[in-house]
Design a protein around this ligand. Structure first.
Ligand SMILES: CC(C)(COP(=O)(O)OP(=O)(O)OC[C@H]1O[C@@H](n2cnc3c(N)ncnc32)[C@H](O)[C@@H]1OP(=O)(O)O)[C@@H](O)C(=O)NCCC(=O)NCCS
Length: 186
């Protein structure tokens, strides 16, 4: 997995040493409430370890899940995902659609500082630099914080879509053809 550097951040692979942080993030309803058709919180450190193994399996040199850390201190802030997105009407676990999605999950203490947008913008640039042509993001219609991240990094709002996850979501799209993420300087 490629390390990604930004002005304030280092994006790196997760390791088993990060399990406590992952559990701290994903065991919170505040983090999970908008995720998936039937949201639920992580219940154990074992689930966090399984999550790390699953994320490592997504790493193909372009796609993957990064640990977002402060560049100077190494402090963990959240996760940044670039993965194939499941199409509605399929076995969500087994049959990804052709499209790639970008996503972000941050610890509550790490929010309100632009770090999610800074990390997401860098991952978008990484995706386009590796030849991906189209990146989508889907959010729960009530998840305005996530929709703001989509807008801050220059994704276009395509309205409500039911194309993915067997769910009704706000769809945002970024295209390589107009890949000038609004935060290209960060
Ligand atoms: C979605 C989520 C990552 C957004 O986090 P966030 O902290 O609001 O996003 P950012 O890091 O981009 O921060 C934006 C804030 O930082 C501010 N900011 C932007 N650039 C900044 C900078 N360089 N320095 C300081 N602050 C900055 C912005 O003004 C904004 O604050 P405001 O919303 O009060 O105006 C977060 O709410 C989260 O993890 N939610 C739970 C998981 C989730 O729902 N994920 C999305 C699933 S679709």
């Amino acid at each position: 997995m490629q390390l990604i550097h930004t002005e304030r951040l280092l994006l790196r692979p997760f390791s088993v040493e990060d399990a406590d942080f992952i559990f701290d993030v994903y065991s919170r309803w505040d983090v999970q409430r908008y995720l998936g058709a039937v949201p639920g919180v992580m219940a154990s450190i074992d689930e966090a370890l399984d999550r790390i193994t699953a994320w490592h399996g997504l790493d193909d040199g372009v796609h993957g899940v990064w640990a977002v850390t402060e560049a100077d201190s190494g402090k963990l802030l959240g996760s940044l995902l670039l993965k194939f997105i499941p199409a509605s009407g399929t076995n969500l676990a087994a049959e990804p659609a052709g499209d790639t999605e970008i996503g972000w999950h941050f610890h509550p203490d790490a929010r309100g500082k632009g770090c999610a947008s800074e990390a997401a913008s860098a991952v978008l640039r990484h995706a386009f630099a590796h030849g991906l042509q189209k990146i989508v993001a889907v959010t729960n219609p009530d998840n305005h914080a996530s929709q703001r991240v989509c807008e801050r990094i220059g994704m276009l709002h395509h309205g409500i879509s039911e194309a993915y996850y067997n769910a009704r979501c706000e769809l945002f799209v970024a295209s390589a053809a107009r890949s000038e993420p609004s935060m290209s300087g960060v």
